[in-house]
Design a binder for this molecule. Sequence first.
Ligand code: TRP
Length: 361
Amino acid sequence: MSKIILTGDRPTGRLHVGHYVGSLRRRVELQNSGEFDKIFIMIADAQALTDNADNPEKIRQNVIEVALDYLSVGLDPAKSNLFIQSQISELTELTFFYMNLVTVSRLQRNPTVKAEIQMRNFEASIPVGFFTYPISQASDITAFKATTVPVGEDQLPMLEQTKEIVRKFNSVYGETLVEPEILLPDNEACLRLPGTDGKAKMSKSLGNCIYLSDTEEDVRTKVMSMYTDPDHIKITDPGKLEGNTVFTYLDAFSKPEHFAEFLPDYNNLDELKEHYQRGGLGDVKVKKFLNNVLQDELAPIRARRAEFEKDIPEVYNILKKGSDVAREAAAETLAEVKRAMKINYFEDSALIEEQSRKYSK
Ligand code: TRP
């Protein structure tokens, strides 16, 4: 069986370092591993509209931001199809058919949807489109026969729901759809990178994000004001690692080479942590190191972004070409789905003959 990747992001803002360690970095590695037959990376504008119906301009602006973020981290259009969800009408058709296989109570139990409803104060007035987006996400994944879906942990319930839809479809209509596997980051810090203020989640509204497109100066300022251990007041005080954002970021970003290059007094992160816990290591020194580590990772991303920003029409062209390829793949699956569901009347000569025989008696 071919190995196929499908994943994507809602274009509701610029992508940040949480997206990067949670998924983007992995996608680029997978892309360059050569292990996959096809890779589809989707800008989920239709999904973004399910809770931004009154703000289409925001989505439209962020489509290009996300595309630039994708290209700048090293997703390569020669290897990965970058496309825009709303341009593939086959996806909405699949969603309509899958809706028959999912109950309202099952959607209500989806933990991600539940949390989002609370966060948006939607309780009494949930748009139907928003409520059903897990079904549309199942269409996104199955339309491309994806075997592998690299995403953050918050998407786990979506993958569960997709698998259920696949099993249900295949059991009712015959083996047609492919069951996907989720691919989560293997490092705890990458699974849930906190905001710079130590809050559990990076979010634009909390103003605690480091964006991939931030300038060198922005990144430095954000790192130097990061949340650490509030009880670590004097340098000689012993420090805590638990909940210490600077160390969580080092867990996610630092490599042994960084020590040789920027902090040669220590061989590795364990030694640095040990000194911090013992006392005698100040926050500023650790923050400066983290800044170097982050700048090292972000500088090439920033440089690539600057190149792509010079030719925006070409970026749209990449998305258009990717959408054409995606549409073709999704159309193939949709045809198979319609065949399995017995709604392929005009291509089914056996059906026409059978009906003729019935009426010629
Ligand atoms: N729900 C994802 C997000 O919030 C975006 C998305 C839409 C997606 N369809 C997908 C991710 C299919 C993976 C697979 O960012």
